[in-house]
Ligand binder design. Sequence first.
Ligand SMILES: [Zn+2]
Length: 216
Amino acid sequence: MKRISLSFDNGPTPGVTEQVLATLRRHDVKATFFVVGSNLRDPRAAALLDAIAADGHWIGTHTLTHSVALGESDEPGYVEREIGEPQTMIGAHSHVEKLFRPYGNLGILGPHLFSEHAVDYLLAHKQTSVLWNSVPHDWDDPANWVDRLLADVDAQDWTVAVLHDIEGAAVLRLHELLTRLKAQHVEITQAFPDAVIATRAGAPVSLNDAYVMGRA
Ligand SMILES: [Zn+2]
């Protein structure tokens, strides 16, 4: 049986995240929300953390500013700020394994994802770094992203999809996606395969040298 894990990045977005939650609830599906720390400065967005958690979804972080990838910054304190601050901001809403998704810049997997210092930080702070193997482009290709994602599901045993709870993205066709996944008997799971976990519990898991600046 094919499997898929759904994640929603770049929120919470007032007016959008609520709709994503309602659709997931309707299909009895659990997902993970990787929130951008700076969004939480809006109290309406911060309040959505309660709603996400109340529905049984997992909450992880997706950097503070979602601007410069960790591997592309040598600014002192950047890693501590981009990983540490959002983790503090989500507080008790955090998944116990402290899930972190690096900023990929259009979902690209490459050496920009991590610096050596970022890897050291993630290991020292026992963060779970969650990568992905499907970026269907829900944010900029509304006509084709559902078919692209279903093709990824077909081509892989366990797809980890990056979707977005932002305006004009996955929310528009999420009901259709979940309906089609169900029709194709794809198991929707909240867990992640080790293949997309770069670090966990202070140890590397599938930490590819090609994803660390300067290693490959
Ligand atoms: Zn993102």
